[in-house]
Design a protein. Structure first.
Length: 175
């Protein structure tokens, strides 16, 4: 099981590093819960630092950390997400891509560089599919989101795809 917080709504980009927040996160770790983070790219450095300070807590970055897919820019998001992934207690959800892309014109090829970045950084054993439903319906039907994730992971071995589409979530959330 886990707890999710909309860190993206916190006005302080280093909110995660506050002592009172640290105490709360330590309590999550003590309870055996994972911590899902909804963040924007500028929050990722604080996420990486929080993960370094609390190695006993599993941090799950939702929606790839909301990269600027619509603009096509990879940096500084890619470097920040790799720094976060360098911590062994971090996981990423392969979710939310279609809503970060142009809602009406996105293609699988638009999403591929971002999916490839997190696949490379986290590996299939620390990456999990998420639909972002119902928010994803702003840009695609659920089956389109699922089919897109399948296409983006097509090159993985069957056991690796099983990790992305189930195994990682079972381990992280104790399902």
């Amino acid at each position: 099981m886990g707890i999710r917080h909309q860190v993206q709504s916190e006005p302080d980009p280093v909110w995660l590093l506050r002592p009172d927040v640290h105490r709360g996160l330590a309590a999550l770790a003590d309870a055996g819960l994972a911590y899902d983070l909804v963040v924007r790219p500028h929050h990722l450095p604080a996420c990486a630092e929080a993960a370094a300070r609390l190695p006993e807590l599993t941090f799950v970055i939702d929606h790839l950390g909301k990269p600027p897919i619509a603009s096509g820019a990879l940096e500084p998001w890619a470097s920040a997400v790799r720094a976060f992934a360098a911590r062994p207690n971090t996981v990423c959800k392969l979710s939310g891509m279609v809503t970060e892309a142009d809602h009406t014109t996105w293609t699988v090829d638009d999403l591929r560089p971002y999916a490839d970045t997190v696949l490379d950084a986290f590996g299939p054993e620390r990456l999990m599919f998420g639909s972002d439903w119902p928010v994803s319906t702003l840009a695609a039907h659920y089956i389109e989101v699922l089919d897109t994730a399948r296409l983006l992971t097509w090159g993985l071995a069957p056991h690796e795809r099983e990790e992305v589409f189930g195994g990682t979530a079972r381990r992280v959330y104790g399902l």
